[in-house]
Structures are given as structure tokens and as C-alpha cells.
Design a protein around this ligand. Structure first.
Ligand SMILES: Nc1ncnc2c1ncn2[C@@H]1O[C@H](COP(=O)(O)OP(=O)(O)O)[C@@H](O)[C@H]1O
Ligand SMILES: [Mg+2]
Length: 1014
């Protein structure tokens, strides 16, 4: 055992300064907090010595790591004393300082095992502790040699010194305790490992390879209790023995909807910032990433939850955040030459945001000397099961012989337990945890006597019932706890797998974990700076949780939610967690509010996560009893945002969701929400190449907006209408609506960011585009004005506007590349890479690519490469954004023809024309048809010329009634090309002349250049 002795420095002096009354107050406060600390570390306060405290660790209850616990308690008492001293110092102008001494050894103790109060420790060892105290520096902790030897691996000590102490002639060795190392785990020791030989060999082999630079991911799978965590621990021990650091993160069932939780935990562990306060942690981060961009570091701070709240988070789209963080973290881990091992436990509970980002991060893993170990249960089907190159170790139940060996380890070899052993083995069915729990259950019931590995039994086995399932066994053990212990366990289960002492006391003032630790239900996993505990196994938590009365649980959840709300700073970082607890407390409205707040918080960080929250909020709202006046509007709000943002996650446009929204809005007379949801649906349909459906809704939306008559709303939702109607070829209507929007905006170009990027510059650019297509003057002024403003906007708005102002005019032959255009498209791409979402990046890439291709020369190849990159990503999406994907395909077809592969070119161009025609994307049939005609006429088989003729005829019929001048220009060009292919010279000359004159008259520079080269 270890004795702790603490004493106030110069208490007489303090008494003289503040009076004995006040001194008593101060001492009482000090003793209070110290007593609490000692208890927390499993020690016993032996007596208060007037102005000091004496405590014992390791008696009456044996604690293997008594010396470590005493050290940690001593450090924490000093920390508490400093807090108190700051308070006292301010009020009473005195220095309050403690000296603490520790000594370990055999202590002769009276009445071992009796109640705390009457327990008295005596002996020479106590004297030594007191002497250590007397030579400790004020505010410090002095360890005797015997204690120092026990803890030297777990704490940091000053140099050993020789000190002269009272009553001892020769100087004795002593060391100052400086600080605790973080890695200490209070886990009780495991029973010897049984079996799992090949698994461990395999993992060892993979670890070897990883260390040598071929990083690897291994999954350990199997049902609860089969030994996944144990195998991970064994592997970690192998790694640690080779001085390889191991960093772990745990997923938890109740936290699987909390975005980036697991990732943040793993990063915090691996960056070793966990034990620091937030500002110190930020400092460390900056030491770790000396080369990083300051803005990237702000993003990382935000992810890790250590952001400086006085510095605003930069306005960066979630996708860009992800890209930049991945680059940042990967570059750091690629630069890291020292091997490391990472463990992700219970990935079946991982949150989606962490999962997808980690899966991304793992792509760089094979090039680093790291091993990633992931454990999960067989029901998990997530992204980690699909990582290419990952190994899987599937754990089977222990074999019969192994199971018997394990039982023997647990029970021992006494003849009296032979029969029990057979029962245990049979019941446990090869599940080691089940075996352990059965043995604990039997020991608690008195069927077994003694300690692990040395049990005896006097019971008549015919009476002994072993519960049939692991859950029932755990349940039986929980039932046997006394009231306090059970209440503590219940409260803990509500908090989660891991819980801190402080939050536990918030839920239950009288919480006491010592019985739970003794009963091997809970382990202490962290000592400094604050005690932290964990359930020994997730199943223990699950069973505890499930076995509580719902109503009791609800009270705890509600209290916990309130406590978290108390501690949370100005931001809604913990909104998701609060929502989870309120939901578990069956507080529908509270949960609804917090789910909505959590969604708002997530919106800039991850739209998909925000949407998951809105779905949860929707669930809450739907459960609110009918007749509640708030119900309808609560049901509408999340649905509106779900419909409104579906296009952001490449959704296809959920008609069912929208139909529900429409009904609810009708019932509530809420046209605004309907309009917002409809705009989102239009955009999703439009982006999914369903222009005809989108146009129908767009017409309805225009009418609806007229009816609502709110200028701001009309402006906000205009982008979807303009995009759709333009693509459908209704250019006249586009011009009218764009003008209306611009009028309504009254010169405020920055307004209207609701679910779309900033809409007014878009409307101006679209007005310019419509004007040019209709052969009306003034378009260049529109383009210039739109771009001037777009340059001040976010990446998505900037690239969106540049598509209308630059890309489409290029593609349609209205413009040719010019210096500002080339500079802007380069800037857009750079900005989109820095801060745009993936869609914005696609837009920027393709815009830049098309601009480069049109400038020709050496830029062409770079342009084509950009298009290919865009095409690859778009091709992977479920949704196919016609604007981008098909226009890119058209350019690809031209390129194929240029390289001589006319067969592929014809196929691709034909496919593009058919697709675009079928979906009603009239305006994109222009470049596609032009490309098809050109590649057909390049190949120029007889049937190709016939086909070209038919293609032109069909297209002309389709477009002529739209009255768009641009179509006429293209028609002239294509017909001229056809005439030449047919060797109809005079017809060709005439068409070419008309084409050139028309281009000249309209000022279409692109066409002028094309005509000149004919
Ligand atoms: N092969 C084994 N030999 C001895 N004990 C084992 C073995 N496998 C698991 N255990 C013990 O069984 C208990 C449950 O194992 P654990 O790894 O936590 O299961 P899982 O993570 O698969 O749910 C632990 O106490 C562990 O030490
Ligand atoms: Mg486990």
C-alpha cells in the first residue's frame, strides 16, 4: 500500500494573517476537495491531521497499482490546492501551499476490512511518508525510493536526490514527482490469452510489413464478446513492446449520429493533444504542422473541437474542408517516417462523416509505416468493409479444447470445480466474454469461492442455474448490486461507454464507482487530469441501459442534456448530443429544436450530416400528437430543408418527400415553404438530366412566387427557374424572368443566399446569355457586370456565374476566349480548389477546361485533362449533371475524331444527342448536334452523310419554333458543312455566305472565326 501525507505550508503564519475562523474555513474547503480526489482514486482518507490529510491507497481493499493511484491523486490535490489558493490569495492576501509526501510498503494496519472511519494505519512506513512531506518543495510532491521504484514507468520524476530526514541518520533517496504520463490505463489484468495463435501471428506479420513502410488496414470482426478488442490489445502490446505508439478511438452506439466524433477522437489521440487545454492544444498543433496554411489549421481546430471562438471559421464549403483536411492530414502522415498503430474500436457504431473521411484518409496508408486496426461486429456493412487491400480477420468461437483451457484459467484446477467448469464451457459456447461473465456470476452468487484462477466450490451443482444468454448473465450481475452502485451504473450507462467522474456526479450526486470497479463492471481508464471510467464491455453498458425503467432513464437523459447545454460555449457544437439525449428522454419538442440546431451547425461542415439531422427532426415532429398547434409547422420545417437541399448531395429529387411537403403546406397555407422545397426539387431534377419534369415545376414555381409576392423570396429561388428554363430552350421566358429578378433585387447584388449560391449575379449573367441567344444587344455588359461581382463571391457562386458568362458563350460560338475570361477561369478554379464544394469544383474545372480548349495551342491538352477529371468524378455519381457531363462528352467526341478514332467519336456524339434530346435539354443539343454532324462528316461514309442530313433536319424542326436566333446561326453552319460533304458547291457557297453575314451582324465572334476557317 501507499501512504499519502499532505500538509499546509506555514499554517501558523496563515492563521496569524487571516484569523483562526477563516483558516478553519479554508482548511475545510481544502480537506473537502482532497478527500474527494482520494476517494476517486480508490484511496481511503485515514485521518485529518488538523492542517493536513493522510490517506492510504491499497488498503483495506487491495489495489494492484496503489502507488500510481497515490501519485495521480497527489498531483490532482496539488492542482485543486492551486485553484483554491488563487481564490484565497485574492481575498486574504496569503499564500496557500501544500507539501505532499508519498511512501509505499508494508503497512501494519488495524482492523483491515472494517469500515473506513475506524481504519487506522500505523507503522514505520507512515512516518516515512510524513518525512517525505517535510522535505517536499512547497506545492510539490516528494516520493520515497520505494514509491519511486513502483511508478517510474508511469510518471515523470525529477532526479533522485539524497535528503536528510528527521530521525534517520544517513540521508535517504527521494524524488520529486513532476507529472503523469498519459498512457496509463487502469485496466484490470486480463486472463492469459487462449488460442488465437494464427490470428496473432498474422497480425504480427502485417505489423512487421507496416513498420517497414507498407502500411496496412486490418479488420477484426466477430460477434460481441468473441475477443476482438482483446486481439487488438494483444497486437497493440506487441507494437508497444517495439516502441511503436498506439492511438485508439472508440465508437459508441449512442453517438453514431454525431458527426466527426470518431475521427476527432482518433486525431486528438494521435496528435497527442488530449491532455492539453484548448489553447495549449492549438499551440501544439501548430508545432506539429509547421508548414500548414493558417486557414487549414483553423479548419483542423474546428474539427478537433479546440477552435478559438474569437476567430471566425473561414467560409469554406464542406467538400473543400474535407479535401483540405485530407490533404493536410495525409501530408503530415506521409511525412511521418516513424511507424504508428491506430485502432478504431467498434466501427459498427461509427458516424458517417468520420467513416467517409477516414476511408479517404486510408488511401494514403499503403505509403506510410502505419497499421490501422478496425474492429466491428458482423452486421456492419459500411465503407470500411470495402477498402481495397484491407485484410480481414474473422474471429470464430474458441474450439472445444480452447474453451476448456479458458475455463480452466478462469476457475483454476481445484477438483471441486471440475463439474462447474464443464457447465461453464458448454454454456459459453466458445465466447470468452460469456465464460468470464458466467464465472463472475457464479462467484457473486457464492457458488464459487476464492479468486480468479483459484476457485473452489462447495455447492450442489444440481441447484446451480446458469443463465442461458450472455445478456441474462450480465443482467443477473447488475441485479445483485446494491442501490448506490446500481444507481451509479444506471447513470453511467446513460452517459455512454466512457464517462468522466465530473459528469457522473452531475447526474447522481452520490455516485460511487468503487463497487463497480471491484465488481469488474467498470474500469478506470484515465487518471490525469480528470478521472475517466469505462464499462468493461459495451454489452454491460447495453444491458444496464436496457434494463432501466424508461421513465428513470428519461430523467437522467434530460438532466444530462441540461448539463451538456450548461457546459457548451456560444456555439452549438454539442447540439447533436443534446438532441440525442432529449430524444432518449422522449422530449419530442426539445429533441426537435436541438436536432434543427444541430443541422444548422452542420450545414457548413457537412450537408449530408445536416440532412441526417433534419430527418431526425422530421421523425420527432411526426410523433407529436395531433391537435398540438405546433405540430404542423414542425413537420413542415425539416421537410422544406430536406427538399431544398437534396441537390447538394447529388440526390435525384425525392417526389414522395415533396408530395408530403405539398400536402402539409396546403394544410397550413404555407406557400413559402412549398416554394423553397419546390425550388430544391427543380434543381435536383434539372441536375439529374430531367429537364422536362423540372420545367413543369419551374412554371408552377414562377406562378407561386407571383402569388406570394415576396421580392426577396423570388430572388432567392430564381436560379433554379432560370437554369431549367434556359436549358429547355424557353429563352424568351428566361429573359423576362431574369429581368424581373434583377428589378426586384433593386441593385443589391449580394442578397438572396437561401438554398442556392448568390442569385442576383447569376440572373444578370443569364440575362446576358438570353440576350445574346436572341440576338439582342447588351450581353457583354451583362457578362462583365456579373463577373465583376462574382469575383467577390464564394467559389460556387463564382464558378456558377462564369458558366453563364464565359462557358456557354464559348460553346455556342458567341464569344472567343479573351484575357479577362482566361484569368477569371483560372482564378475560379484556384478558389474552388481551396474552398468550393465538389460540384463547384466540377463547374470550375470544366469551365477552365473549355476555356483552354477554345484558346487552342498548347493549352488544349491541359484543358482536355481537366475535362477528363471532371468526367471521371461526375461519372461516379448516381446523379448525372447534364450541363457538365454531356458537354464534356461532346468535347471528348470531337477530340476522338481529331485523333482519328471516328467510330468512337460518332458513337459518343450520337449518344449525347439522343440523351439530351430525350431529356429535353434543348440548348445542350446545340453543341452535341454540331459535334455529331462534324464527326459524321469527317468519317464520311455514305450512310454518315445521310445520317447527318437527318440529324440536322430533326434538330431544326425541334428548335425552329423556339424562335432563338442562335439556332438559326448553327443551322446555317451545319447545312453549309453538309452541302460541302455532298459536293454541292453553289449551295455550300451560298450557305457559307449567309452564315458569315449572320455571325457578323450579330457580333458572334466564335462563329466569325469558324466561318473564316470554312
Ligand atoms: N482468446 C482469449 N483468451 C482469453 N480471454 C479472452 C480471449 N478472447 C477474449 N477474451 C476475454 O474476453 C473478454 C471479451 O473480449 P473482447 O475482446 O472485449 O470482446 P469483443 O471486443 O469481441 O466484444 C475480455 O475480457 C477478454 O480479455
Ligand atoms: Mg470490443
Amino acid at each position: 500500500m501507499t501512504v499519502l501525507f499532505a500538509d499546509v505550508v506555514g499554517s501558523m503564519h496563515i492563521a496569524a494573517a487571516v484569523g483562526s475562523e477563516r483558516l478553519r474555513e479554508i482548511m475545510a474547503a481544502l480537506l473537502d476537495v482532497s478527500g474527494a480526489v482520494v476517494n476517486r482514486y480508490g484511496g481511503t482518507v485515514d485521518k485529518f491531521t488538523g492542517d493536513g490529510i493522510m490517506a492510504v491507497f491499497g488498503a483495506p481493499r487491495a489495489l494492484e497499482d496503489h502507488a500510481v493511484r497515490a501519485c495521480l491523486a497527489a498531483l490532482e490535490i496539488q492542482a485543486e490546492a492551486r485553484v483554491l489558493s488563487a481564490e484565497v490569495g485574492g481575498r486574504d492576501a496569503v499564500d496557500l501551499e501544500l507539501r505532499i509526501g508519498l511512501n509505499s510498503g508494508q503497512v501494519i494496519a488495524g482492523e483491515i476490512g472494517s469500515t473506513t472511519a475506524s481504519y487506522t494505519a500505523i507503522g514505520e512506513q507512515v512516518g516515512m511518508a510524513q518525512r517525505m512531506e517535510s522535505v517536499a518543495p512547497p506545492g510539490g510532491v516528494m516520493l520515497s525510493d520505494s514509491t519511486a521504484r513502483l511508478v517510474k514507468d508511469t510518471v515523470v520524476l525529477g532526479d533522485t536526490q539524497l535528503v536528510q530526514v528527521k530521525g534517520v541518520d544517513t540521508p535517504v533517496r527521494a524524488s520529486v514527482l513532476l507529472t503523469a504520463r498519459d498512457q496509463h490505463s487502469g485496466r484490470r489484468s486480463d486472463a492469459p490469452l487462449v488460442g488465437r495463435t494464427w490470428e496473432l501471428n498474422t497480425l504480427g506479420g502485417i505489423l512487421d510489413e507496416a513498420i517497414n513502410g507498407a502500411g496496412c488496414i486490418v479488420s477484426i470482426t466477430g460477434p460481441a464478446g468473441i475477443g476482438k478488442s482483446r486481439l487488438a490489445r494483444e497486437t497493440a502490446a506487441v507494437a508497444r513492446a517495439r516502441d511503436i505508439p498506439v492511438f485508439s478511438a472508440y465508437c459508441e452506439s449512442h453517438a453514431s449520429d454525431i458527426p466527426f466524433r470518431t475521427l476527432a477522437h482518433l486525431l486528438r489521440a494521435s496528435l497527442e493533444i488530449d491532455q492539453f487545454a484548448t489553447d495549449a492544444a492549438r499551440g501544439r498543433l501548430r508545432e506539429r504542422f509547421p508548414e500548414a496554411e493558417p486557414e487549414d489549421l483553423l479548419l483542423l481546430d474546428d474539427l478537433l473541437g479546440i477552435r478559438d471562438l474569437s476567430v471566425p471559421v473561414p467560409d469554406i464549403a464542406p467538400d473543400a474542408r474535407r479535401r483540405r483536411l485530407i490533404t493536410l492530414i495525409n501530408s503530415a502522415s506521409l511525412a511521418r517516417s516513424a511507424p504508428a498503430m491506430y485502432v478504431i474500436e467498434d466501427a459498427h457504431w461509427i458516424d458517417e462523416a468520420s467513416e467517409s473521411m477516414l476511408a479517404n484518409l486510408f488511401a494514403a496508408l499503403p505509403h506510410t509505416p502505419s497499421l490501422v486496426l478496425i474492429t466491428y461486429r458482423p452486421e456492419y456493412r459500411g465503407a470500411f468493409t470495402r477498402i481495397s487491400g484491407a485484410q480481414v480477420v474473422a474471429l470464430r468461437p474458441l474450439s472445444g479444447a480452447q474453451a476448456s483451457a479458458l475455463t480452466a484459467e478462469l476457475l483454476g484446477k481445484d477438483g471441486s470445480v471440475t463439474e462447474v467448469a464443464a457447465q461453464v464451457t458448454a454454456r459459453a459456447a466458445g465466447n470468452p466474454f460469456f465464460a468470464e461473465e458466467i464465472v463472475r456470476d457464479l462467484a457473486e452468487r457464492g457458488v464459487l469461492h476464492g479468486r480468479r484462477g483459484e476457485y473452489q466450490s462447495h455447492a450442489d451443482l444440481t441447484d446451480v442455474q446458469v443463465p442461458a444468454t450472455l445478456q441474462a448473465t450480465i443482467g443477473a450481475r447488475i441485479d445483485r448490486l446494491d442501490r448506490t452502485a446500481k444507481r451509479t451504473l444506471n447513470a453511467a450507462a446513460v452517459i455512454g461507454l466512457r464517462f468522466g467522474a465530473d459528469i457522473l456526479t452531475v447526474l447522481d450526486e452520490k455516485a460511487d464507482v468503487s463497487a463497480l470497479i471491484e465488481g469488474e463492471l467498470v474500469d478506470q481508464v484515465k487518471f490525469a487530469p480528470h478521472a475517466e471510467y469505462a464499462f468493461c464491455h459495451p454489452l454491460i453498458r447495453a444491458v444496464t441501459y436496457e434494463s432501466q425503467l424508461k421513465s428513470d432513464r428519461a430523467v437522467l437523459h434530460r438532466r444530462l442534456a441540461a448539463a451538456i447545454e450548461q457546459t457548451q460555449d456560444a456555439e452549438d457544437e454539442n447540439a447533436a448530443l443534446i438532441a440525442e439525449h432529449l430524444e432518449a428522454a422522449a422530449d419530442l419538442k426539445g429533441a426537435f429544436t436541438w436536432h434543427m440546431r444541430a443541422a444548422t451547425w452542420s450545414r457548413n461542415r457537412d450537408v449530408a450530416t445536416a440532412r441526417a439531422r433534419w430527418r431526425r427532426a422530421r421523425q420527432m415532429a411526426d410523433q407529436i400528437p395531433e391537435g398540438d398547434p405546433a405540430r404542423l409547422s414542425m413537420r413542415i420545417a425539416p421537410r422544406t430543408l430536406l427538399c431544398g437541399t437534396e441537390f447538394r448531395v447529388a440526390g435525384l429529387g425525392d417526389e414522395a418527400e415533396f408530395a408530403e411537403l405539398r400536402d402539409l403546406c396546403a394544410a397550413a397555407g404555407d406557400q413559402r415553404s412549398l416554394a423553397i422545397g419546390m425550388a430544391g426539387l427543380i434543381q435536383a431534377r434539372f441536375m439529374n438530366s430531367q429537364v422536362s419534369q423540372a420545367t413543369g415545376y419551374a412554371t408552377e414555381l414562377v406562378g407561386l412566387l407571383e402569388e406570394i409576392g415576396d421580392p426577396a423570396l423570388t430572388v432567392s429561388l430564381s436560379s433554379a427557374v432560370l437554369a431549367t428554363k434556359f436549358e429547355a430552350g424557353d429563352v424568351t421566358e428566361v429573359l423576362r424572368f431574369a429581368r424581373r429578378v434583377i428589378d426586384l433585387a433593386e441593385g443589391d447584388l449580394g442578397q438572396g443566399k437561401l438554398i442556392f449560391a448568390v442569385p442576383v449575379p447569376t440572373a444578370i449573367a443569364v440575362r446576358g446569355l438570353a440576350r445574346s441567344c436572341l440576338g439582342m444587344p447588351g450581353w457583354q455588359t451583362d457578362f462583365d457586370q456579373a463577373m465583376t461581382h462574382a469575383r467577390t463571391l464564394d467559389a460556387f457562386s463564382f464558378s456558377g456565374v462564369s458558366w453563364y458568362s464565359y462557358v456557354m458563350p464559348l460553346v455556342y460560338g458567341i464569344a472567343r476566349p479573351y484575357a479577362t475570361m482566361l484569368r477569371d477561369t483560372a482564378d475560379t478554379l484556384a478558389l474552388a480548389e481551396q474552398s468550393g464544394d465538389d460540384l463547384g469544383l466540377d463547374l470550375a474545372r470544366s469551365a477552365r477546361g473549355i476555356a483552354l480548349i477554345h484558346s487552342g495551342g498548347s493549352d488544349r491538352d491541359q484543358g482536355l485533362q481537366l475535362l477528363r477529371t471532371t468526367c471521371e468524378r461526375q461519372g461516379r455519381l448516381q446523379q448525372q449533371f447534364s450541363n457538365i457531363l454531356w458537354i464534356v462528352k461532346t468535347y471528348t467526341a470531337r477530340e476522338q475524331a481529331r485523333l482519328g478514332d471516328t467510330d468512337s467519336a460518332v458513337k459518343l456524339a450520337r449518344h449525347a444527342v439522343e440523351h439530351l434530346t430525350a431529356v429535353g435539354s434543348i440548348m445542350w443539343t446545340i453543341p452535341a448536334t454540331a459535334a455529331l454532324v462534324e464527326v459524321l462528316l469527317t468519317r464520311r461514309l455514305d450512310r454518315d452523310v445521310v445520317e447527318a442530313d437527318a440529324v440536322i433536319a430533326k434538330w431544326t424542326t425541334m428548335t425552329c419554333e423556339l424562335g432563338v436566333t442562335l439556332h438559326e446561326v448553327w443551322s446555317l453552319r451545319m447545312r453549309a458543312q453538309l452541302a460541302r460533304a455532298r459536293n454541292e458547291e453553289s449551295s455550300y457557297q451560298e450557305l457559307r455566305q449567309r452564315y458569315r453575314r449572320k455571325a457578323d451582324q450579330l457580333g458572334f465572334e466564335g462563329h466569325l472565326a469558324l466561318a473564316a476557317s470554312m
